[in-house]
Ligand binder design. Structure first.
Ligand SMILES: [Fe+2]
Length: 434
């Protein structure tokens, strides 16, 4: 394979777009939220958070900073992990009642995604489900901008503060789907690694593999010029495929995973490693916000759809629950072994960025080298042993594949095509790794 950006397809895309919010990164930067909000002329903001953070020091820091800048803040915290359409509609109703001129979100991806969805409904009406692509919704689009949204993540994984997508569970289908719209991109991202100081190791591990897979999926995604061109440049979607910008950012994020994931998980006092992981999560969010993920994320949705009696320690949520990063990484070694056959050099370079031992390997071994390195990282961070480790067995494979195959756009962003049988085979190969 040559340079993939010099192999355009007929009627393939000839341009790519890069979008990201104004970004502030650093210890203590959460206390800048008042000054940053004032710069946008905000006077009264809705402060979205979750029930666990709402009475804690992080939200208190944000409230104090906003008050010091003369900005009134009302807290909305009726947000559960993995928000559903009802959660978003409650958030939109809160906005309707408040005469706010902006939103500040302080929380993990669930909080930031709820804020994004609530903004869509508040400004452009309807039900949040209307905004999902058919057949889930009506493909309703946002015809114009929404009010300023300043997003402050409190976990080092989702990268939602840097993306124009929101992931919402549709209650009637019990499955998560993605809404993408350029107006969902937060106005500012304020990323303060101090927010992660008290996170338990298993949360650092799960969110760390989320960032790892964001970066690795971007780095191995179908190239942007292998996607169809769009007639309207404004219709160009965030799932535009790998491009030189997302490559550059993803490489750095993978290097951070290589050097700091195991350290950050296994030593809660390793502030350097945890700060680096927060930076890596930001970079990986920027990468996938400008490229799109592919099969590991698409196939994670089957797991969160069909999970049964599983609760993971450290998460304040009722069973059944599999943390997002775990639902993504348990399939990843089997998936990258499959996709590597399409773009072996890319997969080998990704494996190198992750620090894989490729002594004696040829490029034909890329899938095996990369999946072995992922398995090594999973073992060193005490991850479940594949699908079997989160309670699934051979009898669940068909249903998992039937659920995940609905994530058509993400599946189409993979470097290798896959049908229902291929996805079943990947799930089978992900049942157990060691
Ligand atoms: Fe993710």
């Amino acid at each position: 394979m040559g340079c993939q950006y010099h192999d355009p397809i007929h009627n393939g895309a000839t341009s790519f777009t890069v979008a990201m919010p104004r970004l502030t990164f650093g210890r203590g930067s959460l206390a800048e939220i008042g000054a940053r909000s004032a710069r946008h002329g905000l006077k009264k903001v809705a402060l979205f958070s979750d029930p666990y953070l709402a009475n804690g020091p992080l939200v208190e820091t944000a409230k104090s900073s906003l008050a010091a800048a003369g900005i009134e803040a009302s807290v909305f915290s009726d947000i559960r992990v993995e928000p559903c359409d009802d959660t978003v509609m409650r958030g939109a109703a809160f906005l309707n009642d408040g005469s706010f001129d902006g939103i500040v979100s302080v929380g993990g991806g669930s909080v930031i995604d709820t804020a994004k969805g609530a903004l869509l409904v508040y400004h452009h009406g309807g039900n949040i489900v209307d905004y999902f692509a058919p057949p889930i919704g009506q493909g309703k689009t946002a015809p114009g901008p929404v009010m300023p949204h300043l997003a402050c993540p409190t976990t080092s994984g989702t990268g939602s503060e840097c993306t124009s997508i929101t992931v919402i569970r549709v209650n009637s289908l019990n499955t998560k789907f993605v809404i993408a719209n350029p107006y969902l991109l937060p106005t500012e991202a304020i990323v303060d690694p101090q927010c992660c100081d008290s996170l338990p190791s298993n949360v650092i591990a799960s969110t760390g593999f989320d960032l790892c897979c964001h970066a690795l999926e971007c780095f191995t995604a179908r190239a942007y010029n292998q996607h169809a061109n769009v007639d309207d440049p404004n219709a160009r979607q965030y799932i535009q495929g790998a491009n030189p910008f997302s490559d550059m950012v993803a490489r750095e994020a993978l290097d951070i995973v290589n050097h700091y994931l195991v350290r950050g998980v296994n030593d809660k006092d390793d502030a350097q490693a945890r700060d680096k992981l927060m930076w890596g999560a930001t970079l990986a969010g920027i990468a996938f916000g400008n490229c799109g993920t592919h099969l590991p994320h698409a196939m994670s949705y089957g797991i969160t759809h069909l999970m049964h009696d599983i609760t993971t320690e450290g998460y304040a949520i009722e069973s059944p629950f599999v943390p997002h990063g775990i639902s993504v990484v348990v399939n990843a070694p089997a998936i990258f072994d499959y996709t590597a056959q399409a773009t072996q050099e890319r997969h080998m370079e990704g494996a190198h960025c992750l620090g894989a031992d490729a002594k004696g390997a040829t490029v034909e071994d890329a899938g095996e080298v990369l999946s072995k390195r992922l398995i090594q990282l999973m073992r060193e961070t005490h991850m479940p042993n594949g699908l079997g480790g989160v309670g699934f067995n051979e009898s669940h494979i068909k249903a998992l594949a039937e659920s995940s195959v609905r994530q058509a756009r993400a599946i189409a962003n993979a470097p290798r095509e896959s049908n229902l049988t291929d996805i079943e085979n990947m799930y089978s190969n992900a049942l157990s790794y060691w």
